[in-house]
Write a protein that binds this ligand. Structure first.
Ligand code: ZN
Ligand code: ZN
Length: 58
């Protein structure tokens, strides 16, 4: 019989963010904003992207 281990793992989701290649502002969540709020540059293919972990607090 195997005991059930109590899992205390935090749940997180990967969120794709992007940085403005014009003024280096960021990270911006593309789901929320599609243009840079600082300089008004719209997200283009040259803007670097990254993925971060976002923890969900329950
Ligand atoms: Zn910008
Ligand atoms: Zn750009």
């Amino acid at each position: 019989m195997s005991k059930s281990t109590s899992s205390s793992a935090k749940t997180y989701t990967w969120v794709t963010v992007w940085y403005c290649d014009n003024c280096r502002d960021g990270p911006h969540t593309k789901l929320i904003v599609d243009y840079c709020p600082l300089c008004g540059h719209r997200r283009c293919p040259y803007c670097p992207r990254d993925e971060i972990k976002r923890y969900d607090n329950r």
